[in-house]
Each structure stands twice: as structure tokens, then as C-alpha cells.
Design a protein around this ligand. Sequence first.
Ligand code: NAD
Ligand code: UFG
Length: 337
Amino acid sequence: MKVLVTGGAGYIGSHAVVVLLEAGHQVVVLDNLANGSAEAVARAAELGGGAVPLIEGDIRDRPLLDRVFSEHTCDAVMHFAGLKAVGESVEQPLRYFENNVAGTLTLCQAMAQTGVTRLVFSSSATVYGDEHPLPWHEGLPTGTPSNPYGRSKLMVEQVLADLAAADERWQIGILRYFNPVGAHESGRLGESPRGIPNNLVPYIAQVATGRRESLAVYGNDYPTPDGTGVRDYLHVMDLVEGHLAALQALGRRQGVNVWNLGTGRGYSVLEMVRAFEQACGSKVAYHFAPRREGDVASCWADPSKAREELGWQTRRHLAAMMADTWRWQQANPEGYT
Ligand code: NAD
Ligand code: UFG
């Protein structure tokens, strides 16, 4: 297959490029480099052993999309392009809805026009809201995400469901990620946050290298075993293998299919700190701070639907997530820059 990967210069998209190439697919990347890097695409191409054209452009640019689809006969799209900083989305909601929702509409319009109707979309566990008992499974109704970023994911899910209901050509996989972490085993690809990291593992990694002083642990009074927040962390390589499985399964499926991608078990912030210390061989300084607004106490997936329908499950454990993050961080202390 030839696959257009939007957002392929970013963290998850670049890892997806590797597994797509390794599986024998051809790949074209479209990315506006708002938060991605051409170097990530070059390294992914090298690791995957293939040539990957990088089209520097925006998913909101319809004439560009039409040109891309006419120049490249694509069979499917993996759609990672989007803005993802929760706090920023609260300050700049219009930018987030424009980019994530309007951008996806434009992409789908261009796809419909050219008859490319197989789509794998990056959604988030945040669409469940926090009203449901754990673990979260796909049969639950979606809830109320606590911020514009989360609502942009929910809106896109609704648009895709309506689209597939109206036009039976569509084969859509909505993948609800839990917490992707880690890096490619080579240490050549990883997460390269700009500025101060928002997410736990990149922050811990920067404390370990001495770039940041101490991790603020947001809340130690949650109803969890050690009082700190619990999440379902999965290795980014497992995550992108889930995309590959979804891409293949969609060939046998019509309409919209929703799959959780998670491990099914949660770790607390303090367990994550300890696991990282094991990987890097030194202490990670931390201090307790107030809860972060919008955070839930705990969240983990019921991953059984993906296991049964995609034959996919996570294979890499916490120690590998941390060891791979550490390898990447040491080799690339400033990310790709
Ligand atoms: P990322 O920021 O590293 O990658 C996103 C890429 O999309 C970047 O390279 C950016 O330059 C590009 N991009 C953004 N807007 C674009 C536009 N309008 N046109 C073209 N390119 C554009 O983020 P990531 O962590 O790799 O996330 C990929 C996707 O997965 C996102 O949609 C994100 O919302 C979703 N997701 C991520 C997580 C996570 O924890 N990382 C969790 C759930 C869902
Ligand atoms: N945390 C800290 N200190 C930090 C960063 C995080 O203690 O500096 C804690 C959080 O409070 C939480 C856990 O570490 O308990 C994980 O936080 P992350 O920011 O790494 O991940 P989240 O679960 O908050 O965020 C993820 C995705 C978002 C998504 C959100 C809601 O990154 O895209 O889930 O489901 F919107």
C-alpha cells in the first residue's frame, strides 16, 4: 500500500513511518513542521530502509492536498497531524479547533474527492471524560473532555461517524491512545518537546540529564495506592504496531471502528519515577505540587477489543519504555535541534 502520513515528522508519526516501511508499504509524509522535524523523517526513512518524500505543508491547504493526492496514488491515510498541548488549547481554543477539526474536515474532503477512503485517526482516551468506572472500553458512551484539545478529538470522532454513515466507501479506524511513551529502540527517534515538556516522561528524562532541576508531581492526595495519578503508559513502538494492524484490518471492514490502544494496567507517577531511576542508574529529583487542573486520578484501558479484532497487544514492558527513553535522551539531549 501507499500511505499518506500526516504529521509524520512528529513523535508518533515518525515511528509509524518506520513500521510502515518495514512492513513493505510506501510512505509519503505531509507535515507543516509546526511541531515536527525534517530530521525525524530522514531518520525514520533510514531506519525503515526506504525513501520517504516529505511534503512541507498544511492539512488545511486544500489545493495542496489535491496536488498531493494527484501526484501520489495513495491507498490510505494515517492522520497524526494535530496540535496536542492541553494547556495551550485552553488559551487558544480557536487555533486548536481550526487546526484539529477544520484541518481534518479539509483532509477528508480531499480524500473523498479522490476516492481515498481508508483512514486511521489518532484519537485519545480523553474522549471518555472521567465519568466511567475503570477500565474504559469502547462500548462506553463518550463523556465530556475537560479541555478544548480533548473536545477537538471528540468532535472529529463525531464527524467521522457521520461521514461513514453517509458514504459506505469509508473504512475508518479511530484509535484511542492511552499514554504513549518511549522511543525507537535505536535511540535515533524519540519525542522532542519544544520548551518545557507538558508530559510526565519527557519531563523526568530532562531532570535525569540535569536540564531541569526537579519534577513537580501534580498531586499526592488522589485515591490511588500512593496518592499520585495513575495512567496506562504504552511503548510508542507498540502503539504504531497497533496502527499497522488497524490499517490491515480496515481492508475487511466498512464504516467506523473504534479501538483502544493501551496495556490494560496503570502505573503511578512515583512508580514511573522509580522505573526511570532504574533505567538511568541515578536519582530523579521530585517534589509534590498541587493537582493539575483537568487531571483525572486514574485511567487505564480495556484493550481486549483490539486484541480480539486486530490481533494486537502491547509487547514491551515499563523497563523497555524507560530504557528506550533514556537511550534517546542521552544521544539527543536537545532533541533533533
Ligand atoms: P507531535 O506534535 O509530535 O506530532 C504532530 C505532528 O503534526 C507535528 O509534526 C506537527 O508539525 C504536525 N502538524 C500539526 N498541525 C498540522 C497541520 N495543520 N498540518 C500539517 N501538519 C501538522 O504529536 P504526537 O505526540 O506525535 O501526536 C500525534 C497525534 O496523536 C496527534 O493528533 C495527537 O493529538 C494524538 N495523540 C497524542 C498523544 C500523546 O500523548 N502523544 C495522546 C493521544 C493522542
Ligand atoms: N504529571 C506530573 N508532573 C508533570 C507531568 C505530569 O505529576 O510534570 C502527572 C500528571 O498529573 C498525570 C501523569 O503524570 O497524573 C501523566 O501526565 P501526562 O501529562 O504525561 O499525561 P496525561 O495523562 O495528563 O495526558 C494525556 C495525553 C493528552 C490527553 C490527556 C487526557 O498526553 O494528550 O492524556 O487523557 F489529552
